[in-house]
Design a protein around this ligand. Structure first.
Ligand code: V47
Ligand code: SF4
Length: 392
């Protein structure tokens, strides 16, 4: 590392931060800001990679999952959202019936998916008991499926309409089979930014309280951050600082997922998207700063497959799941992949190409299968089909 620090010609300030990181000491908010403002990409990558390696060795995780998006009709009007339609709007709007959602689950009969991720717009007709009963029926069809459902924004609205406390609402959903919470709806916690981009939905305090209560009830969750729009570095650090403090208290977060703002067809389309360099810096600093988060996830349908591979060298140890073309949130916002789906084979390949060791996990990071030495039949065939070189 001495040689690295020398070759990067880093300043005294940065050197002392790098030393702290290498001693596995926590960095402060001011130090994180200094990294954002001054550190070269190479230094950030080396530090983030050091921490990732220390936590996970060569293991890179993925899961087999699919999404159900019950509706894209939404009572809220987040400016960055390309996906939602007003409740009375008809064009490009959908509203699935309970039967359609249960049929979506039945479609996976005999297929070894381990997780369904349910997230969508906030529709007044789809209330707490509608969703509690839906989850119960999903579990009757597929008791082994982990149900990761509803952003804190959807939950806050559901509980408010049902006039139940956060704790009572979460208990109802848990008793009906909900297993964990996804990380959406966090956006940027700082009020100055939140008031501009998504003023009317759950506040930061409500988001944090819902996750805290879920953790106390024994449910795990993820946390996201929508970056690369009007926020400044200081807002990203404030966001991560609130998450780090809550994680110190509960230990219930599994993964942190930075979500890159995509600018197609929304009210913030005039804002340019972050560069790949900014993506790499954002993930690396998240890995360095969030010392108490076990996993940093790159959600490949949003960030793209090639950047996901690069990110595996910038602190990321998880690439989410097979998805099976079951989400529209990012394709409608302009992500390259208009029909996001990867076979297990594709994901294993993506991970192996960067020299990592693919591990299929369940939602709680229990190992489902180790793919280090698995060579798919299809691959073997491709290899054997290579023309034989005749040296004579
Ligand atoms: O909260 C909406 C984001 C989130 C845009 O927990 C956008 O495993 C970029 O949270 N550009 C919902 N992002 C999705 C989500 C998620 C995804 C994958 C995995 C997990 C998990 C959670 O999507 C929203 C919002 O932050 N979003 N519009 C956009 N234009
Ligand atoms: Fe509704 Fe979620 Fe879109 Fe906001 S981000 S408008 S809450 S669907």
């Amino acid at each position: 590392m001495q040689a690295l620090k020398h070759s990067l010609k880093i300043s005294k300030d940065l050197e002392s931060i790098a030393d702290k990181v290498l001693q596995l000491e926590r960095i402060t908010d001011i130090e994180a800001l200094l990294l954002y403002e001054r550190a070269e990409l190479g230094l950030l990558g080396s530090l983030a990679n050091f921490i990732r390696q220390n936590k996970h060795g060569d293991h890179t995780f993925f899961n087999r999952n699919f999404h159900i998006e019950p509706t894209n009709k939404c009572v809220f009007t987040c400016k960055f959202c390309s996906y939602s339609r007003l409740v009375q709007q008809e064009d490009e709007a959908w509203e699935l019936t309970e039967k359609q959602m249960l049929d979506a689950v039945r479609k996976y009969e005999g297929i070894p998916v381990t997780e369904v991720h349910i997230v969508g717009g906030v529709h007044p007709k789809m209330n707490l008991m509608f969703f509690a009963n839906l989850i119960k029926k999903i579990k009757e069809i597929r008791p082994d499926l982990h149900v990761k459902a509803f952003t804190a924004v959807e939950l806050e609205y559901m509980f408010r309409k049902a006039k139940v406390s956060v704790e009572a609402g979460l208990k109802i959903l848990k008793d009906h089979g909900m297993d964990s919470l996804p990380g959406g709806g966090a956006e940027i916690f700082h009020k100055e930014i939140r008031d501009i981009i998504c003023k009317d939905k759950a506040t930061s305090e409500q988001w944090l309280l819902i996750h805290e209560t879920a953790h106390h009830l024994g449910m795990h969750s993820n946390a996201t951050m929508l970056y690369g729009h009007i926020e400044k570095y200081i807002h990203r650090i404030d966001h991560m600082s609130r998450l780090r403090a809550l994680q110190d208290h509960t230990g219930g977060f599994n993964a942190f997922i930075p979500l890159k703002f995509r600018n197609m067809d929304n009210e913030m389309s005039h804002i340019s998207e972050a560069s790949i360099v900014d993506d790499l810096r954002c993930y690396a600093i998240a890995r360095i700063y969030l010392d108490n988060f076990p996993h940093i996830k790159a959600y490949w349908p949003m960030i793209g497959r090639s950047t996901t591979q690069l990110l595996l060298n910038f602190g990321v140890d998880d690439v989410d799941g097979t998805i099976d073309d079951s989400t529209k949130i990012y394709s409608m916002a302009g992500a390259e992949d208009q029909h996001p789906a990867m076979t297990t084979n594709d994901i294993v390949d993506l991970i192996k190409q960067v020299g990592r060791h693919p591990i299929e996990r369940d939602t709680l990071y229990n190992v489902v299968q180790d793919y280090k030495n698995v060579i798919f039949e299809e691959k073997k065939q491709r290899f054997y089909e290579l023309p034989v070189v005749n040296n004579n």
